[in-house]
Ligand binder design. Structure first.
Ligand SMILES: [Zn+2]
Length: 313
């Protein structure tokens, strides 16, 4: 029986080993076909990463195209902007709005003029006029530094912000990046909604003559009905800032200028001024405005004027 059973097992074992062998072959074949299929999947990713540098390089080329455009920096239309919802920009004043509610009267809204791409879409120049103007231009360009105005405006605005914050004055900014799309009316709305005690717009000038130079301070003309309630306060603030700019820089500047044509003024419900730091079309002043020491003087003078205005309220 013993032998017999042993004999009887042999065909079973042979069958089993063949069966196991076949299963093994099938499994290996299956794995092999999976391994061969796999490389097809990750090949898609390099195509995606190729697109990123292309977008970046075209973005950095844009500002040069506007170099000859800006004589009157505030009024000239600029290249069509890439439509970009200003969600980021809108989020900024919302955050500072909350912070501002307790001491509203002390909040200063700084508006570094322009942005990387202008927006030629039209908006109304003010609540009591049918006139329209491009939403925002990209400004002038340094004749020697080749620096776009929107870059200089933000550099100096951040220094003013530091000066004010150091003095315990609350500051909000319409932008802290160049990649925004905020019209001049929207910038005024941001100051209105934040309940700013004063809105200070920072710009640099351009002129057809390379000899024209000097800072100036613009304020809304009382001839425009919409700005009547803020005309006196704005004029006062402009005067303080001009005087302190003279002291800080040791130069006379070009004085004050009343304007009725600026959307950013006409839509404002809070006192508002616009500082033209100097002329980027004047080679010497263009270079001077990019020097750290001079930028500090400008920021100090403007902050002194703002502080005096706040104390006078
Ligand atoms: Zn400007």
């Amino acid at each position: 029986m013993h032998v017999n059973t042993a004999k009887n097992r042999k065909p079973w074992m042979a069958f089993m080993s063949v069966a196991v062998g076949m299963v093994f072959v099938l499994v290996v074949a299956g794995c092999a076909s999976q391994v061969l299929d796999r490389p097809a999947i990750p090949q898609e990713s390099p195509i995606v990463s190729k697109e990123t540098p292309a977008v970046t390089s075209s973005a950095t080329m844009q500002p040069q195209a506007e170099s000859s455009a800006a004589e009157k920096a505030l009024q000239l239309p600029a290249a069509e902007a890439i439509p970009e919802p200003s969600t980021k920009a809108a989020a900024e004043p919302a955050a500072s709005k909350t912070a501002a509610t307790s001491k509203q009267r002390r909040l200063v809204m700084l508006d570094p003029g322009h942005q990387r791409y202008g927006n030629n879409a039209l908006e109304s120049v003010g609540p009591d006029t049918r006139e329209t103007k491009p939403k925002v231009s990209s400004g002038t360009v340094g004749v020697r530094t080749k620096k776009p105005e929107y870059v200089l405006n933000l550099e100096v605005s951040l220094l003013i912000k530091d000066e004010l914050v150091r003095r315990g004055i609350e500051v909000a900014m319409t932008r802290e990046s160049h990649e925004v799309d905020i019209s001049n009316k929207q910038r005024a709305d941001m100051a209105n909604e934040a309940g700013a005690a004063l809105a200070v717009r920072i710009h640099a000038d351009g002129d057809s003559s390379p000899k024209t130079k000097g800072f100036s301070v613009l304020y809304p003309s009382a001839s425009s009905a919409a700005v009547k309630p803020i005309a006196a306060g704005s004029h006062e603030a402009a005067g303080f800032i001009l005087e302190h700019l003279k002291t800080a820089t040791g130069t006379a500047g070009r004085g004050l200028s009343a304007r009725s044509d600026l959307s950013g003024f006409n839509w404002s419900k809070v006192p508002v001024v616009l500082v033209e730091l100097g002329f980027m079309t004047n080679p010497e002043e263009d270079e001077l405005m990019s020097e750290a020491e001079y930028q500090k003087k400008l920021a100090q003078g403007i902050a002194d004027g703002i502080e005096q205005f706040l104390k006078s309220r």
